[in-house]
Design a protein around this ligand. Structure first.
Ligand code: BGC
Length: 392
């Protein structure tokens, strides 16, 4: 996953340290009757983002690999944090049912729908399995089977994050041949996903990049219109609640002045922190005629001042885990802070010889070495943990 934008179309002793216990699997007592989510309300006030078994396993393995007993103890706590599960290939649809079986009635299972044809058209690190002209395969072999699984679990609540980066890329990277090629599959694919996944036990958020991307003054309106177009092409599905921001991103929520506010081009972007971006983008969505509540990824945004440029997106060095998932955001348009990107999974490989090597992952501010996107990076996980704020 990556994020490219163009401006304005332009401590204690070992003895005293607590013993690290592996987090036990959550007791899964599914709801006893069908779940109906009212997408005109903030469902995060009633449901907790589930600490899904896949991230829990990754973290538990990471805990095993740590020898320092105090770090081990804090690492173990990460297993209990709710995060989204990425369904990034057809094969990984197999992760959905075990995650459903693990979700208690108190929780909402977060899934990222992420397999569009020609995926990640403005970068290389997360190029997907489907070619830009394989829309039919996306519909029948990816979306349809997921719909079946969700229909088969009426007693489970789901929050879906729809196709990170895709529509934002059509707004700002439309001049790239790869994005031109993918444009119609993205638009039709997102609309198909929204229409098909419009189930009573589901609430959906369409990805809107972040403040350093669609937050540029010249991008807000076209960005909102691009999302609204997909929403309307899907016949305005009832279960769409709004948009997601900062997914796999690094922006601080309400830092003021904002991290890049002294940059020479700052005057062209009035969204200098993510909170302002949520406010302005939601206003633009309202004008464009789409539901406009947000979820915001705070998984890795604890440390600021690390990126040379706002658009740097790959494995930012020095990052830390941010605020844990919560419906207390202090901002009426922001439903919840969530962990979108599972912290510890790479954004892209730093191996310059790899097919999916993207130069952003070789920049000075990118952590190296880093494995392929989505693959576990133990050293990066430990860094996020040490730099976490609030601390674990
Ligand atoms: C990768 C996916 C992965 C996701 C979550 C993306 O950058 O392309 O394969 O599932 O990150 O780590």
């Amino acid at each position: 996953m990556k994020v490219t934008y163009t401006i304005a179309a332009l401590a204690g002793s070992a003895l005293a340290a607590p013993k690290a216990e592996k987090s036990p699997r959550a007791p899964a007592a599914a709801c006893s009757s069908a779940v109906t989510l009212d997408a005109s309300t903030n469902v995060w006030q009633n449901y907790k983002l589930h600490a899904n078994p896949f991230y829990r396993d990754e973290v538990n393995k990471a805990v095993d690999a740590i020898s320092d007993s105090s770090l081990k103890a804090s690492a173990a706590k990460v297993a209990d944090v709710g995060s989204f599960l990425w369904i990034d290939t057809i094969e990984n649809i197999a992760k959905v049912q075990p995650a459903i079986d693990d979700t208690p009635c108190s929780d909402i299972l977060g899934l990222v729908i992420y397999d569009l044809p020609g995926r990640d058209c403005a970068a290389k690190a997360s190029n997907g399995e489907l070619k830009y002209n394989e829309l039919d395969k996306y519909k029948t072999q990816y979306i349809d089977p997921i719909v079946k699984l969700l229909q088969g679990a009426p007693n489970t609540a789901f929050a879906l994050l729809i196709e990170p980066d895709s529509l934002p890329n059509l707004v700002t990277n439309a001049d790239l041949q790869t994005c031109k090629d993918s444009a119609s599959s993205y638009r039709d694919g997102v609309a198909y996903a929204l229409k098909s996944l419009n189930l009573p036990n589901v609430v959906m958020y369409i990805d809107a990049g972040h403040g350093g991307w669609l937050g540029w003054d010249a991008n807000l309106k076209p960005g909102a219109e691009e999302l609204a177009k997909a929403y309307k092409a899907a016949d305005s599905p009832k279960q769409v609640r709004g948009f997601s921001t900062n997914i796999a991103g690094w922006n601080a929520w309400d830092l003021s002045p904002g991290e890049f506010s002294t940059a020479s081009d700052a005057k062209y972007n009035s969204c200098q922190n993510e909170k302002i971006y949520v406010q302005k983008f939601s206003a633009a969505l309202k004008t464009a005629g789409m539901p406009n509540y947000a979820i915001v990824d705070t998984g890795r945004n604890a440390v600021t001042g690390l990126r040379a440029e706002w658009g740097d997106w790959c494995n930012v060095d020095g990052a830390g885990f941010g605020v844990r998932p919560t419906a207390t955001t202090g901002e009426p348009q922001a439903d919840a802070f969530v962990w979108g990107k599972p912290g510890g999974e790479s954004d892209g490989t730093s191996d310059t010889g790899a097919t999916r090597y993207d130069s952003f992952c070789g920049k000075d501010d990118a952590f190296k070495p880093s494995p392929e996107a989505g693959t576990w990076n133990q050293a990066y996980f430990e860094m996020l943990l040490k730099n976490a704020s609030p601390a674990f």
